[in-house]
Design a protein around this ligand. Structure first.
Ligand code: HSE
Length: 290
């Protein structure tokens, strides 16, 4: 039996739109075992238990890349990453499937090859890079090649995921963005994104608070999350800063104080009893074969 563990990931981090991504300490696992028939999937909704399942599709891509026949396989998913909420559920599926195939055929893929294949399937590297490497990733495309660097993140930063009971479609969240941006805004974003990466490494919450404030996507996307302002006020009242995780609907609060984290969770739960919350830290482990 092969078991793969992959962390949830939070892309963008405010000013790092389509570039930055953070692995967080919420891990999901997938097991791959030989099976009598072509495919058996369990641990997910019935509608995903077919050859169209993203984990299986990535598994077959991995087999094809390794020039191996796709084996009959039983896939068992133990997923804690909510679907379509901006916490990298598709990156989890893609990385699990590729690593499952690689481990099945004795592990020859390098992390670079894995990242390249995962990015081709996902279409962008900002979630799959930290899912593979852990920590904070800054990634970009150089033609068809993915470039990625990783920063360590101060271990005393707490990340509180506030997960609404409604999704936001990534497609809609991209459509709502303006087509152009001024030089002035581009300069603002570059300076803030570079400083933010260092601020995470230092665990400098004061710098994070000022560097994370985005002008490129959050002002537009916040309109798609009806409770954005209420959640933000709860975070601001409790020594933390909040950003939209990926394309939403999850919002992530960052604080250094565990009492503040607890208060955010209790206030959010009071106001939004159907939301899910998690107190997380940086995910220092990227995807691993257990
Ligand atoms: N960077 C992407 C976005 C992540 O914000 O649209 C969504 O998968």
């Amino acid at each position: 039996m092969i078991k793969i563990s992959v962390p949830a990931t939070s892309a963008n981090l405010g000013v790092g739109f389509d570039c930055l991504g953070l692995a967080v300490s919420l891990y999901s696992t997938t097991t791959f075992e030989p099976n009598d028939s072509k495919l058996k999937i369990s641990g997910c909704d019935k509608k995903y238990q077919s050859v169209d399942n993203l984990i299986y599709r990535a598994f077959t891509k991995g087999c094809e890349f390794l020039k191996q026949t796709v084996p009959n396989v039983k896939i068992t998913i133990d997923n804690h990453i909510p679907i379509s909420r901006g916490l990298g559920s598709s990156a989890f599926c893609i990385v699990s499937g590729l690593m499952g195939a690689d481990a099945w055929f004795n592990g020859h893929l390098s992390k670079e090859q894995l990242l390249d294949l995962a990015t081709k399937i996902e279409g962008h590297p900002d979630n799959v890079a930290p899912a593979i490497y852990g920590n904070l990733g800054a990634s970009f495309m150089d033609g068809n090649d993915v470039q990625t660097v990783h920063f360590e993140v101060a271990s005393d930063l707490h990340f509180v995921s506030l997960i609404p009971d409604y999704p936001v479609s990534t497609e809609k969240a991209r459509q709502i963005l303006p087509k152009e941006m001024s030089y002035q805004t581009a300069i603002y974003q570059i300076g803030h994104a570079v400083a933010l990466s260092k601020a995470f490494e230092l665990g400098d919450l004061k710098l994070i608070k000022s560097a994370i404030v985005d002008k490129m996507h959050e002002p537009f996307r916040s309109q798609l999350i009806p409770d954005y302002q209420a959640a933000k006020e709860i975070c601001q009242a409790n020594e933390s800063v909040m950003y939209i995780s990926g394309s939403g609907s999850t919002m992530m609060a960052i604080t250094k104080d565990s009492n503040s984290a607890d208060k955010i969770i209790s206030n959010i739960t009071k106001s939004f009893p159907n939301w899910e919350t998690h107190l997380l830290n940086v995910g220092t482990n990227g995807a691993t074969v257990i």
